[in-house]
Design a protein. Structure first.
Length: 255
C-alpha cells in the first residue's frame, strides 16, 4: 500500500533528510587514504546520535539476509555496487567509494547515497560518478504529479544506457515514510507511461546504480550483503529521498 503523506509529514521527513545529509557530508569530508570504512561508520553514528536520530540500517535483516546488517552506513568500494559492510581495510588513493545512509527521526525515515573518489580520481571514475548524478537528476525531474513510476525509471535508465553503463537488474528505488522501504518500487530502467501515477504527497527514494563495464550482472559476496560487479569493473550509486508535490519534486535529503 502506498501512503500519501500530509504536508506536515513532509516537513517532518525533511528534518530526517537533513540528518542524513549531514552524515553523508561528514563522512565525505573524513574519507581519505588510510581512513577505514569502519571509521566512517563511527562518524555517521555520531551525527545520528547528536541529532537524536536512529538508524534504519543497523540490525536490518530482510528475509534474504543471513545476518542483520551491522552498521549505520553501507560503504561500497570499487567493484562493490551496494550494501558494503564497513570494515577495517584502509581506503587507498584512487578508491571509488559509494556511501549509503539512512536516519529515523520523530517516526520518519530519510535515505540517501553518494559516490566519490578518495584522493586522486581516475578520469573514467569521474565520468561514472558524474553520470550517476546526471541519472539521479533526470529521475528527480520526472518525479512530478501526473507522471508515472515508469517515467522516472525511463529517465534514469536512458542516461545510464546512453553512457554505456550497466544497470544491475532487480535493484532500484522505493517508497519512504515511516520505514525505510515502502511501496512503490522504483526501477532504474523502464517504459514511460507505465506504473503507478504520481500524486502530491508520495515520497520516493530514487537511486541509480551504474556498472562501468556495461554489464548488468552481479554477485553477492561471502558476507551475504555486499553486491559486487561480476566483471570486476567499478560501480557508482547515488540516491535522494524525493517528495512529489504540486509545486514539483522536493529533495528531502539535500544538505
Amino acid at each position: 500500500m502506498i501512503e500519501i503523506k500530509t504536508d506536515a509529514s513532509l516537513r517532518a521527513m525533511r528534518e530526517a533528510g537533513r540528518v542524513v545529509a549531514r552524515a553523508l557530508a561528514a563522512v565525505r569530508k573524513q574519507a581519505a587514504p588510510g581512513v577505514t570504512p569502519r571509521e566512517l561508520d563511527l562518524t555517521a553514528r555520531a551525527v545520528l546520535a547528536e541529532a537524536g536520530a536512529g538508524s534504519p540500517f543497523l540490525d536490518y535483516r530482510p528475509s534474504w539476509a543471513p545476518v542483520p546488517f551491522p552498521a549505520v552506513l553501507c560503504v561500497s568500494v570499487n567493484d562493490a555496487i551496494v550494501h558494503g559492510i564497513p570494515d577495517g581495510r584502509p581506503l587507498a588513493d584512487g578508491d571509488l567509494v559509494s556511501v549509503d545512509c539512512g536516519a529515523l527521526l520523530a517516526g520518519w525515515a530519510g535515505d540517501a547515497a553518494t559516490s566519490f573518489t578518495v584522493g586522486r580520481p581516475r578520469p573514467e571514475d569521474t565520468r561514472l560518478v558524474d553520470t550517476a548524478h546526471e541519472a539521479l537528476e533526470a529521475g528527480i525531474a520526472a518525479a512530478r504529479v501526473g507522471n508515472r513510476i515508469g517515467d522516472i525509471a525511463h529517465a534514469i535508465g536512458r542516461v545510464c544506457r546512453a553512457a554505456g553503463y550497466g544497470v544491475p537488474d532487480g535493484f532500484g528505488g522505493h517508497g519512504v515514510g515511516r520505514t525505510m522501504h515502502e511501496d512503490p518500487g522504483v526501477p532504474n530502467e523502464g517504459r514511460p507511461g507505465r506504473g503507478v501515477r504520481l500524486r502530491h504527497g508520495m515520497v520516493l527514494a530514487l537511486e541509480p546504480m551504474l556498472v562501468a563495464g556495461g554489464t548488468d550482472d552481479y554477485f553477492t559476496d561471502r558476507d551475504g550483503w555486499t553486491i559486487r560487479t561480476l566483471d570486476g569493473s567499478r560501480a557508482a550509486h547515488t540516491e535522494h529521498t524525493v517528495a512529489v508535490t504540486d509545486d514539483g519534486p522536493r529533495i528531502l535529503t539535500a544538505l
